[in-house]
Design a protein. Structure first.
Length: 230
């Protein structure tokens, strides 16, 4: 059975993929390649010798599935604090879709990205604590990843509206690294770079109470799929 996503509205778009709510399970996300940016297009953008790699090298879905599978096997339930579960692939009319846990707030809305939270509210004490907890986890567990980007991290809120935890939903792994534990030094660099990116975003936002236009579309939800309220 091929799942029809074409007539559905994605809730987010990344550089390479579209994200949909799984119509069979609201707690799952389906990630598919952007139809306007194929693997061949992505390879063509690379310079030599990167453009000689096979198309499979550029498939984010396959890489993410591979890395999450290895990490969950290694760390078990401990990983659930800051990384989503992976549920394999489904066939869709937009190509193979990677199914992962969809992070939602206690009220049922899809959690906003750390980038959006920082842009709207600045670095609040609770947000600062959450960033610290994520950073320590990343270093202690030596999670292999690309750069930790605020738009690839979601901030889940609890029933009281307070920030509950940060979950990294994209940018995991690196080809050739998923079979081994990452180094502590590399994890420290990723965490230090995240702190710098947060500082840069806050500087762009400015210190005023009313931030200007959100920079770019990365990190913005098209809709939060919040349940209807009476």
């Amino acid at each position: 059975m091929i799942l029809n996503l074409t007539e559905r509205a994605p809730f987010a778009r990344g550089g390479n993929r579209l994200c949909f709510v799984d119509p069979a399970d609201r707690c799952r996300c389906i990630k598919v390649r952007r139809p306007d940016f194929t693997l061949a297009d992505r390879r063509r953008k690379k310079g030599f010798p990167g453009n000689l790699r096979p198309l499979s090298w550029f498939d984010d879905n396959r890489e993410e599935q591979r890395v999450l599978t290895v990490l969950w096997r290694r760390h078990g339930a401990l990983l659930g604090a800051h990384l989503p579960r992976c549920h394999g692939f489904v066939d869709t009319d937009l190509g193979p879709g990677l199914v992962t846990e969809l992070i939602r707030d206690a009220d049922g809305a899809i959690s906003q990205t750390l980038k959006k939270v920082l842009w709207d509210q600045g670095l609040t004490p609770s947000c600062s604590r959450a960033v610290g907890v994520l950073g320590r986890f990343w270093i202690e567990q030596r999670i292999p990843s690309r750069d930790l980007l605020p738009h690839n991290i979601v901030a889940q809120r609890g029933a009281d509206g307070g920030l509950r935890r940060l979950v990294v939903i994209d940018g995991l792994g690196r080809a050739g690294l998923a079979g081994t534990r990452g180094s502590r030094a590399a994890a420290r660099r990723k965490v230090a770079n995240l702190h710098q990116r947060i500082e840069d975003l806050l500087a762009l936002r400015g210190a005023g109470p009313s931030p200007g236009a959100f920079p770019g579309y990365h990190g913005l939800l098209f809709h939060d799929d919040a349940p209807e309220r009476p």
